[in-house]
Design a protein around this ligand. Sequence first.
Ligand SMILES: N[C@@H](CCC(=O)N[C@@H](CS)C(=O)NCC(=O)O)C(=O)O
Length: 329
Amino acid sequence: MGLLQDGKWVDKWYDTKSTDGRYVRKESAFRNWVTADGSAGPSGISGFMAERDRYHLYVSLACPWAHRTLIFRALKSLEEMIPISNVHWFMGEDGWTFAAGDGSTPDPINNTDLLHQVYTAAKPDFTGRVTVPVLWDKHQETIVSNESAEIIRMFNSAFDGVGAAVGDYYPDTERVEIDALNARIYDTLNNGVYKAGFATTQRAYEEAVTPLFETLDWLDNRLSTQRYLMGTHLTEADWRLFTTLIRFDPVYVGHFKCNLRQIADYPHLSGYVRDLYQHPRIAETVDIPYIKKHYYGSHESVNPTRVVPMGPAVDFSAPHNRADFNKEN
Ligand SMILES: N[C@@H](CCC(=O)N[C@@H](CS)C(=O)NCC(=O)O)C(=O)O
């Protein structure tokens, strides 16, 4: 685990000393957008037109942020158009690597061994964290974006004219409400589990866990009367929530000490996570053994023995009984 400083790799764990034990996530660095016509998006510069076989996606199957991009790639049938490289599950002193083994795939684009070399291929003097996902442009030989929230919006619509599957998970008329859901879910849950797990003081940990479970309680209640967060149809907000929920009982309850309740204890959230898991093409994006090995095996300061627990046994393929909600309208 480390970061680049002026293009040089430095092996360093997150600094929580200056923040009273709180884990504070850094902003993503590359913020360009692929658009249908190559014009600039909401941030960044122009020049990234949606084309078949132009982009490559670097991911880790373990990572909930990268998982979002894999889900949108699947929902929009972009698999052939946008190939992927999956890093090795172990993230140690070299950061993410393309070492062979257990589901990892090499980097056929930049032929690197280490993900930080992809960052310095784009920007030789890069300073910052080296994270997945990374969307790479083979034409300009650079990183388009390393911000998952923005990559999924690109996948949602930019490739529609070049063969992406039909489907809009961020409809114009629902954006205000989706953004509001995302904001609470991101702060208290998607990022909340990390704030709890990487906290190095009791106070910082409790500050994260309390709102985290308030949000889970609120979501369980919302999902008691409707199938999805926005009612009868799936939106971006559901998929962003899903990648944290599917990791919750297998990893966050134990490893990140988010253990006031489990998802299995929530009658509606537990069915909801199975419902989304069983949506066409989603199960293929989920690899629980790889996810568990990554978290328990890589975060030495959280789990020094690196022992991976055998349980819990969660059957995401079990019936979810949520389809009846859609009969109402
Ligand atoms: N804001 C980024 C966050 C991505 C992120 O934090 N990825 C983690 C893996 S789950 C990572 O690569 N961490 C390496 C590090 O922080 O050094 C996004 O949503 O795309």
